[in-house]
Write a protein that binds this ligand. Structure first.
Ligand code: ZN
Ligand code: ZN
Length: 799
């Protein structure tokens, strides 16, 4: 926030009176203070530079400006004070009503909030004073423990939101020590009287423990079990050492009752109900437009925890859009935004709910999503955004997140694979078709051909009518858009595809398991379930203590690494490759093995149950890796596109030598990391023999530059000269478009795509897509028992 954003003084006001002038000087000082925005998720007074400004009655106040959106982070940080843990509560709040019309004053206040340490201001200790206006301690028999914890603490601060700059909060710390009226410590480790009592610790349990208990309760773990595990944990560590260790039965029971009594249907009318929900869940919403605004409704849900995950795992990393979930079952399909944790498991960091027809209008909410992360951490920057829909508004995404956009093939791969299994019983023919589809996609990505390749496919497999009917009806109308996107957009890796697939599968198990399917028609049910039960499962996925509850493991619980990780764990010796198939020894039963057809292709088919349901199984993943390591197949499409980009960078380096050097350094370092990752075995050189010759063109030059950079330090002129020399050695295709033109072309194509959305054909496409999901969601949703058993089999790696 720049100082220029402040509204200048009204000279009229300044000229008023002497007394006023003194106060004005004070405001003058205040308004020149910088707005401080620490990049940590929460921050305390210690993280801020405080200014001393003369306050009322000659006292000195400590002042600071912070963004208004971060007041809660400050309150949390102050509560988690290591020396004196507490909680700050709102003791008083005043809001200016929007209609109130008053003179424009420089110190006009929109909102005034007084935060007080929860061990004060009253004092219920022996001989302490209680404000006469609060005589409730005598009246109530069970005062929920709260008034008794009051120990006369004087620590408090004020937050003011100014009319002049509503995005900024002025924090005034009047009293920053946790002491009573006599100036003595009145709670925490410094208070001798508090030793051995609850006053040693914070007055309430932490938000983290609360979320943990809520999550366990939501997924159906009984109060008794939660308490038992908790007590065991505290005993193990040798007694209570903080407030959280003092968790009580009563507290957990109260939460359980609250959950049990909560209902999703707040009104018969779904729209009214949603409105009410939105009003009471403001902190979980980053975007809302009801039907009255634009005729379509859009609701963006993001809890505080999800925002934290987005900031933590999205920073300099990937955000993935899973654009449609439940199109066939739900009245309002779910659009998920995902990040990946260290294990490369997907965590949903936002859910957007819109009617089917509003699909694709991401520009409406995407900015709000970005702003939310960015206000919390101004340095937050995305590394890449992955889409799964060729009609996605790539330009908007690029503009908002300022990062490259990639596309994932998982939807195509999953749908074709699954339908081949269901609609083509002849295994040999099935694998031939899958292999052919894989080759076609590969050719399109390489720029060798377009939609016409599919025409030939239809001709060659004309006798497999079931699959061809499906393919013609659902895919032919959409292949144009896919072809355009595949040619213009870099591809996400199969690892990403596998992680999205697992997310999609888990969400099905966690969300679409209702006995009464009528609820699927209501938006209030959907937001309620996502925000409570489903959210809890994803929270627990990341919770290290979940293993303590193993006897409650069910298919909805994510267990262990995803198929990609499992695949990489299979030893090479368990894989044998011959002709067009691979045998992979089952990891659970070493006497058994699985047959993978088309190993090395994106359309490998395995005979395990997970693969037969259209998924990328660990056996296919492992056999593909083995084939690539041995140079039996071409490198992955993602890697191919990466080398392609690298080659084009080499051919036409940016005009600015500094940028050019930097880009080279980055490219070389990424490449090295990739090589280490993908080709760990020394027997397999980074580029297998099957690697297309054109790609090698750039190699010698990279090593030259690498040497320049590492041995002589980064030297702009040297690298530049190197690239100059090399252009001749490389035999560049002079007709190839320059970088600039190339990117222009790419965005031109995207433009076509986005306008295409409004055309009548695109509507057809959308409805086609909707029914496509039919095959995916219905079967699994309708057969929970079978699904569950298969799910565990698939994810935790039986087979
Ligand atoms: Zn205090
Ligand atoms: Zn398999």
């Amino acid at each position: 926030m720049s100082q220029a954003a402040w509204i200048p003084f009204d000279p009229d006001i300044v000229r008023k009176t002497q007394a006023h002038t003194a106060q004005m000087t004070r405001w003058d000082e205040i308004l020149t203070l910088p707005v401080q925005n620490p990049t940590t998720l929460e921050f305390s007074a210690a993280d801020i530079m405080w200014s001393m400004v003369e306050g009322w009655r000659d006292s000195m106040d400590r002042l600071a400006l912070i963004p208004y959106s971060r007041v809660n982070d400050f309150v949390r940080g102050e509560s988690n004070n290591k020396d004196c843990p507490t909680k700050f509560h709102v003791e008083a709040r005043r809001r200016r009503s929007p209609t109130m019309n008053c003179k424009p004053k420089v110190d006009g206040i929109l909102e005034y909030i007084l935060y007080w340490c929860s061990f004060g201001p009253d004092d219920y200790r022996k001989g302490g004073s209680v404000r006469p206006s609060r005589p409730f301690s005598q009246k109530r028999k069970t005062p929920a423990g709260r008034p008794n914890t009051k120990r006369g603490c004087n620590c408090h601060f004020i937050v003011k939101r100014l009319i002049a700059e509503p995005s900024v909060a002025l924090v005034i710390y009047n009293h920053n020590k946790h002491v009573d009226k006599k100036g003595m410590p009145c709670h925490g480790p410094m208070d001798k009287m508090a030793v051995g009592t609850k006053a040693m610790f914070a007055p309430y349990i932490s938000d983290e423990l609360r979320l943990q208990v809520m999550s366990l309760l939501y997924v159906g773990i009984p109060v008794e079990t939660i308490m038992q595990r908790h007590t065991e944990m505290v005993e193990k560590q040798g007694g209570p050492s903080n407030r959280d260790d003092l968790l009580t039965h009563r507290f957990v029971r109260r939460l359980e009752r609250k959950i049990r009594r909560s209902v999703y249907e707040l009104d018969d009318d779904d729209a009214v109900s949603i409105n009410t929900w939105v009003e009471t869940h403001q902190d979980q919403i980053f975007f809302y437009e009801d039907f009255s605004n634009t005729d379509t409704f859009a609701l963006g849900v993001q809890t505080d925890w999800q925002l934290q995950q987005m900031i933590q795992y999205g920073n300099r990393s990937l955000l993935v859009s899973d654009s449609r979930f439940g199109t066939n079952k739900l009245k309002y399909p779910v659009h998920s935004i995902l990040v990946f944790d260290e294990q490369k498991n997907a965590i949903p960091v936002a859910w957007i709910i819109t009617p089917n027809f509003a699909h694709g209008e991401i520009y409406r909410w995407m900015g709000a999503l970005y702003d939310r992360a960015h206000t919390k951490d101004p340095t937050w920057q995305l590394g890449g955004f992955i889409i799964d829909d060729p009609l996605a508004d790539v330009r908007t995404i690029r503009e908002i997140f300022k990062c490259p956009v990639l596309i994932s093939l998982w939807r195509i791969r999953h749908a074709w694979h699954k339908n081949l299994v269901n609609k083509c019983s002849d295994i040999v023919k099935r694998s031939a078709m899958a292999g052919r589809l894989g080759d076609i996609i590969f050719s399109i990505c390489r720029g060798d051909g377009g939609v016409e390749l599919f025409e030939a496919f239809l001709q060659d497999f004309i006798d497999c009518t079931d699959f061809l009917d499906y393919f013609r009806a659902l895919w032919i109308p959409r292949l144009g858009a896919w072809t355009t996107v595949l040619k213009a957009t870099p591809l996400a890796t199969a690892e990403v595809a596998s992680a999205i697939e697992s997310y999609h599968h888990l969400l099905k198990l966690r969300l679409l398991n209702e006995a009464d399917e009528n609820v699927y028609q209501r938006a209030d049910w959907l937001v309620h379930k996502l925000g409570t039960k489903v959210h809890s499962y994803y929270w627990l996925d990341e919770y290290s203590g979940k293993d303590n509850f193993s006897r409650y493991w069910r298919s909805e619980w994510n267990s262990g690494p995803n198929p990609w990780r499992q695949g990489l764990k299979i030893p090479d010796s368990d894989v044998s490759v011959e002709d067009n198939c691979a045998r992979v020894v089952s990891q659970k039963n070493k006497g058994k093995s699985h047959l993978v057809l088309n190993p090395g292709s994106d359309f490998a088919l395995c005979d395990c149950s997970w693969s037969r349901r259209g998924n990328l199984c660990k056996h296919s993943i492992k056999s593909t890796k083995v084939c690539r390591d041995r140079g039996l197949v071409q490198p992955s499409l993602a890697l191919f596109r990466y080398y392609q980009a690298l080659a084009s960078l080499v051919r036409c380096p940016p005009s600015d030598t500094l940028i050019s050097d930097h880009a080279m350094a980055v490219a070389v370092s990424v490449r090295r990391q990739l090589d280490t990752l993908l080709c760990a075995s020394p027997a397999n050189p980074p580029n297998g023999p099957a690697f297309p010759a054109s790609q090698f063109a750039s190699r010698p030059r990279e090593s030259e530059i690498e040497e320049d950079n590492t041995e002589n330090g980064v030297s702009a002129s040297q690298s530049h000269a190197a690239s100059g020399n090399d252009e001749e050695n490389v035999r560049i295709d002079q007709d190839s478009p320059t970088c600039k033109r190339k990117s222009g072309k790419a965005s031109g194509e995207n433009e076509e795509l986005s306008t295409d959305k409004d055309s009548p054909t695109s509507k057809k496409r959308k409805s086609g897509e909707a029914s496509d999901d039919e095959g995916t969601s219905v079967v699994q949703g309708m057969q929970p028992p079978e699904t569950s058993s298969q799910a565990t089999e698939g994810t935790d790696g039986s087979a």
